[in-house]
Write a protein that binds this ligand. Structure first.
Ligand code: CU
Length: 177
Protein backbone atom coordinates (compact mmCIF):
# COMPACT_ATOMS: atom_id res chain seq x y z
CA UNK A 1 0.00 0.00 0.00
CA UNK A 2 2.60 2.48 1.07
CA UNK A 3 4.77 1.49 -1.86
CA UNK A 4 1.94 2.07 -4.32
CA UNK A 5 1.25 5.50 -2.90
CA UNK A 6 4.92 6.28 -3.02
CA UNK A 7 5.14 5.34 -6.69
CA UNK A 8 2.06 7.40 -7.50
CA UNK A 9 3.48 10.44 -5.77
CA UNK A 10 6.82 10.02 -7.49
CA UNK A 11 5.08 9.85 -10.86
CA UNK A 12 3.09 13.00 -10.15
CA UNK A 13 6.13 14.85 -8.89
CA UNK A 14 8.27 14.20 -11.95
CA UNK A 15 8.86 17.63 -13.46
CA UNK A 16 7.37 18.17 -16.89
CA UNK A 17 9.59 20.66 -18.64
CA UNK A 18 9.74 19.46 -22.24
CA UNK A 19 8.83 21.85 -25.01
CA UNK A 20 6.92 20.91 -28.10
CA UNK A 21 8.40 18.54 -30.64
CA UNK A 22 8.15 19.55 -34.29
CA UNK A 23 8.40 16.66 -36.72
CA UNK A 24 10.02 18.36 -39.70
CA UNK A 25 7.85 18.00 -42.78
CA UNK A 26 5.11 16.19 -40.86
CA UNK A 27 4.34 12.76 -42.29
CA UNK A 28 6.66 13.35 -45.23
CA UNK A 29 9.67 13.93 -43.04
CA UNK A 30 12.93 15.35 -44.37
CA UNK A 31 12.90 14.82 -48.14
CA UNK A 32 12.95 16.66 -51.45
CA UNK A 33 9.22 16.38 -51.94
CA UNK A 34 8.12 18.40 -48.94
CA UNK A 35 7.21 22.08 -49.14
CA UNK A 36 8.93 23.36 -46.03
CA UNK A 37 7.69 26.92 -46.37
CA UNK A 38 4.15 25.64 -46.06
CA UNK A 39 5.02 23.33 -43.21
CA UNK A 40 6.89 26.03 -41.30
CA UNK A 41 4.04 28.52 -41.68
CA UNK A 42 1.83 26.25 -39.59
CA UNK A 43 4.35 25.93 -36.76
CA UNK A 44 5.32 28.11 -33.83
CA UNK A 45 8.87 27.48 -32.67
CA UNK A 46 10.00 28.39 -29.18
CA UNK A 47 13.16 27.96 -27.13
CA UNK A 48 12.95 24.58 -25.43
CA UNK A 49 11.13 22.97 -28.36
CA UNK A 50 12.77 20.27 -30.44
CA UNK A 51 12.98 19.57 -34.15
CA UNK A 52 12.85 15.93 -35.21
CA UNK A 53 14.28 15.17 -38.64
CA UNK A 54 13.52 11.70 -39.99
CA UNK A 55 15.07 10.68 -43.30
CA UNK A 56 16.55 7.81 -45.26
CA UNK A 57 20.24 7.21 -45.87
CA UNK A 58 20.30 9.35 -49.02
CA UNK A 59 19.86 12.45 -46.89
CA UNK A 60 21.61 14.28 -44.08
CA UNK A 61 20.96 17.48 -42.16
CA UNK A 62 23.32 20.44 -42.17
CA UNK A 63 22.76 23.48 -40.01
CA UNK A 64 24.05 26.44 -42.01
CA UNK A 65 24.05 30.23 -41.91
CA UNK A 66 21.64 32.35 -43.90
CA UNK A 67 23.96 32.96 -46.85
CA UNK A 68 24.68 29.27 -47.21
CA UNK A 69 21.00 28.51 -46.89
CA UNK A 70 20.31 30.90 -49.75
CA UNK A 71 23.09 29.49 -51.93
CA UNK A 72 22.60 25.84 -50.92
CA UNK A 73 26.21 25.55 -49.78
CA UNK A 74 27.15 23.05 -47.10
CA UNK A 75 30.89 23.72 -47.24
CA UNK A 76 30.72 25.87 -44.09
CA UNK A 77 28.09 23.87 -42.27
CA UNK A 78 27.79 24.79 -38.61
CA UNK A 79 26.82 21.23 -37.80
CA UNK A 80 26.18 18.04 -39.71
CA UNK A 81 23.81 15.32 -38.63
CA UNK A 82 23.15 11.93 -40.15
CA UNK A 83 21.80 8.54 -39.17
CA UNK A 84 18.16 8.92 -40.12
CA UNK A 85 16.78 10.39 -36.92
CA UNK A 86 18.01 13.70 -35.58
CA UNK A 87 16.59 15.64 -32.67
CA UNK A 88 17.70 19.24 -32.36
CA UNK A 89 16.82 21.24 -29.27
CA UNK A 90 16.09 24.89 -29.95
CA UNK A 91 18.23 26.72 -27.41
CA UNK A 92 18.40 30.25 -28.80
CA UNK A 93 15.78 32.65 -30.07
CA UNK A 94 16.32 33.78 -33.65
CA UNK A 95 16.59 32.27 -37.12
CA UNK A 96 17.97 28.82 -37.88
CA UNK A 97 18.74 27.33 -41.27
CA UNK A 98 19.00 23.72 -42.38
CA UNK A 99 19.75 22.14 -45.74
CA UNK A 100 20.39 18.66 -47.05
CA UNK A 101 24.03 18.41 -48.17
CA UNK A 102 23.35 15.67 -50.71
CA UNK A 103 24.15 17.06 -54.16
CA UNK A 104 21.15 18.73 -55.73
CA UNK A 105 18.71 18.13 -52.89
CA UNK A 106 18.78 21.63 -51.46
CA UNK A 107 18.20 23.10 -54.90
CA UNK A 108 15.19 20.81 -55.18
CA UNK A 109 13.73 22.39 -52.07
CA UNK A 110 15.26 20.37 -49.27
CA UNK A 111 15.94 23.43 -47.14
CA UNK A 112 14.34 24.65 -43.98
CA UNK A 113 14.43 28.04 -42.33
CA UNK A 114 12.72 28.70 -39.03
CA UNK A 115 12.48 31.54 -36.55
CA UNK A 116 12.68 30.53 -32.91
CA UNK A 117 10.74 32.66 -30.48
CA UNK A 118 11.24 33.12 -26.74
CA UNK A 119 10.39 30.23 -24.46
CA UNK A 120 6.72 29.39 -23.94
CA UNK A 121 5.04 30.29 -20.66
CA UNK A 122 6.67 28.13 -18.01
CA UNK A 123 9.99 29.95 -17.78
CA UNK A 124 9.69 33.62 -16.80
CA UNK A 125 11.92 35.91 -18.80
CA UNK A 126 14.65 37.62 -16.84
CA UNK A 127 14.64 34.81 -14.31
CA UNK A 128 17.22 35.67 -11.63
CA UNK A 129 18.36 32.05 -11.49
CA UNK A 130 18.81 31.71 -15.24
CA UNK A 131 22.22 30.24 -16.03
CA UNK A 132 24.76 32.46 -17.71
CA UNK A 133 25.93 31.22 -21.04
CA UNK A 134 23.77 29.26 -23.38
CA UNK A 135 23.67 25.50 -23.03
CA UNK A 136 25.18 23.65 -25.99
CA UNK A 137 22.70 22.66 -28.65
CA UNK A 138 22.44 19.00 -27.99
CA UNK A 139 21.66 16.41 -30.59
CA UNK A 140 20.56 13.00 -29.50
CA UNK A 141 18.33 10.30 -30.81
CA UNK A 142 16.30 10.43 -27.62
CA UNK A 143 14.63 13.21 -25.63
CA UNK A 144 16.97 15.28 -23.48
CA UNK A 145 17.11 14.41 -19.79
CA UNK A 146 15.33 16.67 -17.35
CA UNK A 147 17.44 19.68 -16.44
CA UNK A 148 19.69 19.37 -13.42
CA UNK A 149 18.82 21.64 -10.54
CA UNK A 150 21.90 23.72 -11.31
CA UNK A 151 20.44 25.00 -14.54
CA UNK A 152 16.97 25.41 -13.13
CA UNK A 153 14.54 28.18 -13.84
CA UNK A 154 12.21 29.39 -11.10
CA UNK A 155 9.59 26.84 -12.10
CA UNK A 156 12.13 24.05 -11.84
CA UNK A 157 13.15 25.21 -8.39
CA UNK A 158 9.50 25.10 -7.35
CA UNK A 159 9.33 21.59 -8.72
CA UNK A 160 12.36 20.58 -6.71
CA UNK A 161 10.85 22.11 -3.60
CA UNK A 162 7.62 20.18 -4.17
CA UNK A 163 9.64 17.08 -4.83
CA UNK A 164 11.41 17.48 -1.51
CA UNK A 165 8.15 17.77 0.39
CA UNK A 166 6.75 14.77 -1.41
CA UNK A 167 9.80 12.72 -0.56
CA UNK A 168 9.16 13.49 3.10
CA UNK A 169 5.56 12.31 2.72
CA UNK A 170 6.67 9.19 0.89
CA UNK A 171 9.08 8.37 3.72
CA UNK A 172 6.31 8.87 6.27
CA UNK A 173 4.00 6.56 4.33
CA UNK A 174 6.72 3.97 4.07
CA UNK A 175 7.19 3.94 7.84
CA UNK A 176 3.44 3.88 8.47
CA UNK A 177 2.87 0.99 6.03
CU1 CU B 1 18.55 15.06 -49.27
Amino acid sequence: MAMRIALLILALATPVVYGAQHVVGGNQGWSQTTDYATWTAAQTFAVGDTLLFTYDSTHQVDEVNQADYNSCSSSNAIKNYNGGSTTITLTTAGPMYFICPTSGHCAQGMKLSITVGAANGTTPSGSPTAPTGTPPSTVTASPPPPPKSGVASISCNMNNLMFGFLLVFVTMFAYMG
